[in-house]
Write a protein that binds this ligand. Structure first.
Ligand SMILES: C[S@@+](CC[C@H](N)C(=O)[O-])C[C@H]1O[C@@H](n2cnc3c(N)ncnc32)[C@H](O)[C@@H]1O
Length: 363
């Protein structure tokens, strides 16, 4: 899974860089919580060099947006507390398949813009890439002051093993938890999430200094037995293609996305059980599947919004779906997505549910 998962690279038409407005909107929506978290960090720690990590940074404008929002928040916090700005070191982490080249190529322009905007106020800012899975150690002991991650933690380290080792596929016809999934499927996904998120917290617990902060935004759910995920709709379109003989049934039955959107209660329980961090804030907020598109351009009609939603989903899902079903069906799959998504939205409550989690490393 960790070898296959990455967003569409480059800066072309189907790239993540060009099609990540949803994630960008969510980053902007949680900015006040980021500012609050950094201000509180300043109340306890005053490092000469502030070490920050963005986990699951991907590639494109969002990667740079996160860096500048963190920088701005640090500037604001320094001003409020009347303190000198620290040196700033940021580690950009993602899986090795991520298009780090595009990120690195954009850094000189980004640093130049920062210099122009902030002039002499800016202390040196060092930026480095760290390839590897956040479900394990990435940094040395007590080396980070602030960890950020947005829209990455819903990706599990692997699909639940219990779903694949049975003689008969357990989650037949689905690619993730869906309305027709059995309780055994819910349980297997929840247990995988529990293991992964505990390992994530344990690893960060080693790496974050006592009093250091972490802010995580992820896709979530309202109830564990009531999935509201856009991937279920992608699964329905794959099912249609099975019925038309375009995909083999066993290929669909044996495929499970490494994706789990937890409830706030599930997140809270893992944090408490693992014990390295104190939960400061945990909030749930929702946006309709297409709100972020109509907000950006209210003149778009339904068909145009459906086309954008389909391209955005493709930028995220194409590498992993094509590794199972082949690149040749991707145009057809996402054309079907575009054609049918608004009908589905009329019949179902289609919302992206987001969780924002603010934590402090226990002393
Ligand atoms: C939807 S993108 C979000 C990217 C960016 N944070 C944003 O908000 O636009 C999710 C990213 O998380 C990364 N990711 C998923 N699992 C990961 C893991 N175990 N370790 C590191 N990165 C991971 C993916 O490769 C992908 O680039």
């Amino acid at each position: 899974m960790e070898e296959i998962l990455h967003m569409n690279g480059g800066v072309g038409e189907t790239s993540y860089a060009t099609n990540s407005l949803l994630q960008r909107t969510v980053i902007s929506m949680v900015k006040p919580i980021l500012e609050e978290s950094i201000l509180e960090l300043y109340g306890t720690l005053l490092p000469e060099c502030l070490n920050v990590a963005d986990l699951g940074c991907s590639t494109g404008p969002n990667t740079l947006l996160v860096i500048s929002e963190i920088l701005e928040s640090i500037e604001a916090a320094s001003q409020k507390s009347n303190l000198k700005l620290p040196l700033f070191q940021v580690f950009l982490n993602d899986l090795p398949g991520n298009d780090f080249n595009t990120v690195f190529r954009s850094l000189p322009g980004f640093c130049k813009k920062l210099e122009e905007e902030r002039g002499s106020k800016l202390e040196p800012c060092f930026i480095a890439g760290v390839p590897g899975s956040f479900y394990g150690r990435l940094f040395h002991n007590k080396s980070l002051h602030f960890v950020h991650s947005s829209y990455a933690l819903m990706w599990l380290s692997e699909p639940p093993k219990a779903l694949v080792i049975k003689p008969e596929a357990l989650n037949k016809g689905n690619i993730c938890i869906a309305k027709t999934s059995t309780p055994a499927v819910f349980k297997a996904y929840y247990e995988q999430f529990n293991r992964d998120f505990s390992m994530f917290l344990k690893s960060r617990g080693e790496e974050v200094v006592p009093g250091g902060r972490m802010m995580l935004t992820t896709m979530g759910n309202l109830r564990s037995d009531d999935p509201l995920t856009i991937w279920e709709f992608v699964g329905l379109k794959l099912n249609d293609m099975v019925l038309e003989g375009l995909i083999e049934e066993k290929s669909l039955d044996s495929f499970n996305l490494s994706y789990y959107a937890p409830t706030a209660e599930e997140v809270k329980k893992v944090i408490e059980d693992e014990g390295s961090f104190t939960l400061e804030r945990l909030e749930t907020f929702m946006v309709d599947w297409d709100t972020y598109i109509s907000k950006a351009d209210c003149s778009l009609d339904t068909e145009e919004r459906a086309a954008i939603l389909a391209t955005d989903m493709r930028a995220v899902g194409e590498p992993i779906l094509s590794s199972q079903f082949g690149e040749s069906i991707m145009d057809d799959l996402f054309m079907r997505f575009k054609r049918d998504v608004f009908g589905y939205m009329e019949a179902h409550e289609c919302k992206f549910i987001n969780l924002v989690i603010s934590l402090t490393r226990k002393t």
